[in-house]
Design a protein. Structure first.
Length: 153
């Protein structure tokens, strides 16, 4: 789409903006959809990139390699937040299988936590809702097994 084999690449259909470069994307998102203040840990340029890279070392490339899959007709829904290691490993499998999904970000303080609580009776993430099969489940290991058994070729 952008003419380069480079990632990340953001396309915002709300404004027509398209761009590369992590730092530029962060600044754009904060300006366009946030309060204009870039969080310190996302504003350190190369240091941010290096610390994020170091965090991946222990995962040995998980989430960065494609696994052939059959695509569901309707996107899956995942309730999760980035700081949770249990949510991270589920996201890695969704990315590896290139499964379309809607992420309901449930960071601390998010009203989406209450919404999930109201829907299922308690708050626990990751939580997967697969509208294609009717499966709704917690527990990262079980979700990963389900995704691979259901969608991996």
């Amino acid at each position: 789409m952008g003419g380069k084999q480079q990632f990340p690449y953001l396309v915002d259909p709300n404004t027509g903006v398209a761009m590369y470069e992590s730092d530029d994307i962060i600044k754009y998102l904060v300006k366009e959809y946030g309060d204009g203040t870039t969080p310190l840990m996302l504003s350190l340029g190369l240091l941010t990139t290096l610390t994020a890279g170091f965090a991946m070392i222990g995962r040995m490339g998980k989430g960065s390699m494609y696994t052939p899959s059959k695509l569901p007709p309707v996107p899956l829904e995942l309730w999760a937040y980035e700081a949770s290691p249990f949510c991270k490993i589920v996201r890695e499998v969704l990315v590896e299988l290139e499964l379309p999904h809607i992420l309901h970000s449930t960071a601390r303080g998010s009203p989406k936590r209450q919404k999930l609580y109201e829907e299922v009776g308690h708050f626990q993430v990751p939580y997967l809702d697969d509208p294609n099969t009717g499966v709704k489940m917690f527990e990262s290991a079980e979700i990963i097994d389900y995704l691979r058994a259901t969608y991996a070729l």
